[in-house]
Design a protein around this ligand. Structure first.
Ligand code: 6PG
Length: 227
């Protein structure tokens, strides 16, 4: 597997502290691309505790690494997940760029928007039990998107993950300065071990960022040692 793997007791707290450390190291604005899923929700709820995890939110540019093609106020929307768990609890941001799946050519629009901006400083990713990350599902078309595309539309051909999606491609993720993957719970053990073994049928095994950090808990690691 690429990147560095850190086994932590509390993935959410470790993620929140990493964001504080990286954002505070930058005197200027700092851009974050958010993920979806229950692990991400726990990470953002923790990060919202500003006394414990102080962030200059007025310097933060918010992006999304993937989105379900539903209204932004839909319970399944990743925008709504981040709004509920974090953005509604912290001060105004420098900017926020939801993926507007309601617009025609939404993928093209977001692709152009991302490519016209400086590289995103930190993208947060999860790991699905099937080895997906963002909305890059096994056997899905987005896995072979041209490297010129940073954002595309996608669906899960196996039907395990609901809704049509918008997602960063591998090239889009690689363009970000840092990628942080949070993996928690025994349900992720098989997928994580596939990544650790370099099983490229697991999309998350394709992550190549120079600065790639896996924050995993002991339940996801199982009896395996980190190396
Ligand atoms: C999504 C996410 C997805 C998620 C993983 C892990 O929109 O569903 O971006 O990639 O991060 O499926 O989700 P859990 O933490 O809920 O297992």
């Amino acid at each position: 597997m690429n990147g560095s793997l850190v086994v932590v007791d509390d993935v959410a707290a470790a993620f929140a502290q990493l964001v504080v450390d990286r954002a505070s190291a930058s005197r200027a604005q700092f851009s974050l691309a958010f993920s979806g899923g229950s692990t991400a929700r726990k990470c953002y709820e923790r990060l919202s505790h500003q006394s414990e995890f102080p962030v200059h939110w007025e310097r933060i540019d918010a992006w999304w690494g993937d989105e379900r093609c539903v209204p932004l106020n839909d319970p399944d929307s990743n925008y709504r997940l981040v709004e509920e768990s974090l953005l509604s609890k912290v001060g105004p941001l420098a900017s926020a760029h939801p993926m507007r799946s309601d617009l025609p050519d939404a993928a093209d629009l977001y692709d152009r928007l991302v490519r016209s901006a400086p590289p995103i400083d930190l993208i947060h990713l999860g790991l699905g039990p099937d080895g997906h990350t963002a909305s890059l599902f096994p056997d899905s078309e987005a896995l072979t998107a041209p490297s010129s595309r940073f954002v595309v539309s996608n669906v899960d051909p196996l039907g395990h993950n609901p809704h049509p999606r918008l997602t960063f491609t591998f090239a889009g993720i690689a363009h970000c300065r840092t990628a942080v993957v949070t993996v928690a719970g025994a349900s992720k053990k098989e997928a994580l071990h596939r990544v650790l073994d370099g099983d490229l049928t697991a999309p998350a095994a394709h992550l190549t960022n120079d600065d790639l950090i896996w924050l995993v808990d002991s339940e996801a690691m199982g009896s395996r040692s980190p190396r």
